[in-house]
Write a protein that binds this ligand. Structure first.
Ligand code: GLU
Length: 343
């Protein structure tokens, strides 16, 4: 079976058996691991140290079966792939309608850290997958802490604990901040601080701007491996229940809204191209991760540091596209009904 097969392959149930998934994952990885296009991100100095040859992928089914290939033991900072999960926590705390009102649900068509996008759109934050909306989402983490069990004072540290604990529940293990990335990004995140203050001027941020950016920078600095991201994606695919730990992390309704946000803007301004090619909600980050969700079936994660001009991992996109096609995961693909069953 070719890992770059045609779109017509359609899966209606679960992922195939273990041997088939293993074969397809290894074939997709082998096909793209030697691609040399793209450049490692340098605007956060710590990321510039990444080995451009690193490449790994993971598939985790909604029944908890997992398959990893490549440099799956290497850890990297989660970066923007944290955004859907913080959005999920905010939706749980505030409700979907209020979260949409405060953060937005539409694409900007502009780069993820665009200041222009804040100025030209009356909504300002636009969506939680770009930095403006994500920093605004982080500014609501005290509201998440307020509804978290055991929180007496929802201060900045309680807000951070809610984020770290929430993302850890998605991953099924306790995630820790990479202190070097956090320190380095805290020194260089002037643009994000500018966005936060600009949002404050429009009344679109909900705690002190510097606190919101600090929470956002910490969440971006959490260290993960590709398997963690596979489990996190599978939790979104499984209606909010982590299929490995069995813990309900968020509701099924929250997952559906998060996947809508990912489909709209998860791969920066190339999200339309991504949907065209892959047909699944995804989220990328500048450390080279691409996390993708096949609702009701499983999660895919691919990681390789060299990025395209928009900031998406070149090999990560190729491996995911091959897997989506080979496993028949495109949510827009259908075959004509054979009409052999009476209506
Ligand atoms: N922490 C990074 C930033 O805000 C995340 C960027 C990304 O992964 O898109 O610049």
């Amino acid at each position: 079976m070719s890992p770059d097969g045609p779109l017509e392959r359609v899966s209606t149930g679960h992922l195939p058996d273990d041997a088939t998934v293993t074969t397809l994952l290894q074939a997709a990885y082998a096909l793209h691991r030697d691609v040399r296009d793209g450049h490692v991100a340098t605007y956060i100095p710590q990321l510039a140290r990444a080995d451009p040859g690193w490449c790994a992928a993971s598939v985790v089914s909604v029944t908890g079966r997992s398959f990893d290939v490549g440099d799956s033991d290497e850890r990297f900072s989660i970066q923007s792939v944290s955004k859907p999960f913080v959005l999920a926590l905010v939706i749980e705390a505030l409700g979907a309608d209020r979260a949409r009102e405060l953060l937005g649900a539409n694409a900007t068509g502009l780069p993820f850290d665009s200041v222009t996008a804040v100025e030209v759109h009356d909504h300002r934050t636009m969506n939680a997958m770009v930095n403006a909306g994500a920093i605004a989402a982080s500014s609501l983490l005290q509201e998440v802490a307020r509804v978290s069990p055991g929180t007496s004072v929802p201060d900045t540290e309680a807000a951070w604990a809610s984020a770290r604990d929430g993302l850890s529940a998605f991953a099924g293990r306790r995630l820790e901040v990479d202190d070097d990335v956090y320190a380095c990004e805290s020194e260089t995140n002037l643009r994000n601080r500018g966005i936060a203050h600009l949002l404050r001027s429009y009344g679109r941020i909900h705690c002190e701007p510097e606190v919101a950016v600090d929470l956002y920078t910490r969440q971006c600095s959490l260290a993960v491996d590709v398997h963690d991201l596979g489990v996190m994606a599978a939790t979104l695919a499984d209606g909010g229940v982590n299929p490995v730990t069995g813990e309900r992390v968020v509701s099924d309704g929250t997952c559906a809204r998060v996947l809508a946000a990912m489909a709209t803007a998860g791969l920066y301004e190339l999200s339309g191209d991504w949907l065209w090619e892959v047909g699944l909600p995804g989220k990328s980050g500048v450390s080279g991760a691409v996390l993708t969700v096949a609702p009701g079936k499983g999660g895919l994660a691919a990681w390789s540091p060299p990025l395209d001009a928009a900031g998406n991992s070149v090999r990560g996109q190729l491996v995911t596209r091959s897997l989506s096609r080979a496993l028949g995961l495109n949510v827009f693909a259908s075959n004509p009904d054979p009409h052999d069953v009476p209506p």
